[in-house]
Design a protein around this ligand. Structure first.
Ligand code: RFL
Ligand code: PHB
Length: 390
C-alpha cells in the first residue's frame, strides 16, 4: 500500500489528525493495534479546553459535542470542610471548558472517518516503522499470517505512552524526562446524578478526591489511592464511603451512590520525550508526553500537537513550505512543558504525599491560602486550566 501520511495509533490524536488531513486532500492511513470496541471502552478525559473544541469543529466533528457537551465556567476546590469556587470565566477573560467524554470524542471521530471512507485499520499487530531517516520511510504490520507494507512520506507516532513509535527513536537521540508519583487515582463511573453541577477537586488529609461528570445522569469520581492498591480490593461501598469522607459534609450529604459501571486505577506520571521528531517520524500526544490528570491537560496537550502538525503538513503539501515541520518539535515542546508545569503544580497542591514533612504540608496550606486571597493567583490557575493559546 502507499499513502502520504501513515498514522500509528487510532486514539483521539491519530483520528483527529487523520480527519483534518483528509479534509485538506492529504491521503493517510491509520493503524490501530486494538479493536474499535476496545478503544471505545477506555474511560479517560472528561474536560476539554476551548482550543480542543475548536479543532473538533474544524474537523467537522463538533456537532454532537456542541449539542451534548456542557460548558463549565468554573469549578470548586474543597478544603477543610469548605468549598471555594474558581471562576474560570471571570479570571480567564471570558473563557470556559467543555465537559464531554473522550469516549464520545473518539466515537465522533470514528463516525466521521467512516462517513468520509477514511482508512482505519484495526487489530494491526506488530506495527513497525522503518527507514525513518530516509526520504522513503515505510511501516509494516501483521494481519494474521500476512505482513503488510505501507510506503509513505511521513510517519506519525500517535500510539500513546506504550506505543512502538517513540521506542523506534535511538536512545542516543532521545532524552526522556520522567517523574513518577507515589500514588494513583481509583476512578468510578456510575449512572447517578452528579453531586455537583461543577467539578469539585478536594484536598484532604486522607488523600485527594475529584467529583466529575459526563452528563447530568452520569458521574465520574476519583480518589487518590496507594500504588499498591488493586481494583479488586475496592468494593463499590468502600469507594463511596471513602469518597464521602474526603468531601465537605454539605457535599457528601447530597451524594447519590449507585453501582459502578467502570472502575479502574491509573498511576500518576509526568513524562516528556525530546525531540518530538526523528527524521520523517513525528510524535504526537501521549506517545511523547504524559501528565498526571489533575490539571485535565493530557488530551488538551495532544490537541496542540495535532494543530501544529496539521498546519505544518498542509504547508508542506500545499505551499512546499517545510518550516512548520522543521519547527514542530521546538514549538510543540514549548507548550508541552507549560502543561507539565501546571499539572505538576495542581498535583502537588492537592494530593497527600506519603513522604511529606511538616514543612511541605505548611507550604501546601499556604499555597492554597494564597490562591484564594489573590486574584492574580486565580488568574494564573484559570488561564492554564482553560488552555494556553496554541
Ligand atoms: P491514546 O488515547 O493512548 O491512543 C493511542 C492509541 O494507539 C494505540 N496503539 C497502537 N497502535 C498501533 N500500534 C501500536 N504498537 C500501538 N500501541 C498503542 C492504542 O491502542 C490507542 O488506541 O493517546 P492519544 O491519542 O495521544 O490521546 C491522549 C489521551 O488519551 C490522554 O492524554 C488523556 O486521556 C489524558 N486524560 C485527560 N486529558 C485531558 O485533557 N482532560 C482530562 O480530563 C483527562 N482526564 C486523562 C484523564 C487520562 C486518564 N488516564 C486513565 C490516564 C483521566 C484519566 C483517568
Ligand atoms: C474526568 O472527568 O475524567 C476528569 C476531569 C478533570 C480532571 C481529570 C479527569 O482533572
Amino acid at each position: 500500500m502507499k499513502t502520504q501520511v501513515c498514522i500509528i495509533g487510532g486514539g483521539p490524536s491519530g483520528l483527529m489528525l487523520s480527519q483534518l488531513l483528509h479534509l485538506k486532500g492529504i491521503d493517510n492511513i491509520v493503524l490501530e493495534k486494538h479493536s474499535r470496541e476496545y478503544v471505545l471502552s477506555r474511560i479517560r478525559a472528561g474536560v476539554l479546553e476551548h482550543g480542543f473544541a475548536k479543532l473538533m469543529r474544524e474537523a467537522q466533528c463538533g456537532e454532537r459535542m456542541d449539542r451534548e457537551g456542557e460548558i463549565h465556567e468554573g469549578f470548586f476546590i474543597a478544603h477543610q470542610g469548605r468549598l471555594n469556587r474558581v471562576d474560570l470565566h471571570r479570571f480567564s477573560g471570558g473563557n470556559s471548558v467543555v465537559v464531554y467524554g473522550q469516549t464520545e470524542i473518539t466515537r465522533d471521530l470514528y463516525d466521521a472517518r467512516d462517513r468520509m471512507k477514511g482508512v482505519v485499520i484495526h487489530n494491526a499487530e506488530d506495527v513497525q516503522p522503518h527507514e525513518l531517516t530516509s526520504d522513503r520511510p515505510y511501516v509494516t504490520y501483521r494481519q494474521g499470517d500476512d505482513i503488510v507494507r505501507i510506503d509513505c512520506d511521513f510517519v506519525i507516532g500517535a500510539d500513546g505512552f506504550h506505543g512502538v513509535s517513540r521506542k523506534s527513536i535511538p536512545k542516543t537521540v532521545l532524552k526522556e524526562y520522567e517523574k513518577v508519583y507515589p500514588f494513583g487515582w481509583l476512578g468510578v463511573l456510575s449512572r447517578t446524578k452528579p453531586v455537583s453541577p461543577e467539578l469539585i477537586y478536594a484536598k484532604h488529609d486522607r488523600g485527594f478526591a475529584l467529583c466529575s461528570l459526563r452528563s447530568q445522569v452520569l458521574s465520574r469520581y476519583y480518589i487518590q489511592v496507594p500504588l499498591t492498591d488493586t481494583v479488586e480490593q475496592w468494593s463499590d461501598d468502600a469507594f463511596w464511603a471513602e469518597l464521602k469522607r474526603r468531601l465537605p459534609d454539605e457535599v457528601s450529604q447530597q451524594m447519590i451512590t449507585g453501582p459502578s459501571i467502570e472502575k479502574s486505577i491509573a498511576p500518576l506520571r509526568s513524562f516528556v520525550a525530546e525531540p518530538m521528531r526523528y527524521g520523517q517520524l513525528f510524535l504526537a500526544g501521549d506517545a511523547a508526553h504524559i501528565v498526571p490528570p489533575t490539571g485535565a491537560r493530557g488530551l488538551n496537550s495532544a490537541a496542540s500537537d495535532i494543530y501544529y502538525l496539521y498546519h505544518a503538513l498542509v504547508a508542506h503539501y500545499q505551499q512546499k513550505d517545510s518550516s512548520g515541520l522543521d519547527n514542530y518539535s521546538a514549538k510543540a515542546l514549548a507548550r508541552v512543558w507549560k502543561a507539565q508545569r501546571f499539572s505538576w503544580w495542581m498535583t502537588s497542591l492537592l494530593h497527600t504525599f506519603p513522604e511529606a514533612i511538616d514543612y511541605d504540608k505548611k507550604l501546601q496550606e499556604v499555597d492554597l491560602a494564597y490562591l484564594f486571597s489573590s486574584e492574580a493567583a486565580q488568574s494564573s490557575l484559570a488561564e492554564n486550566y482553560v488552555g494556553l493559546p496554541f
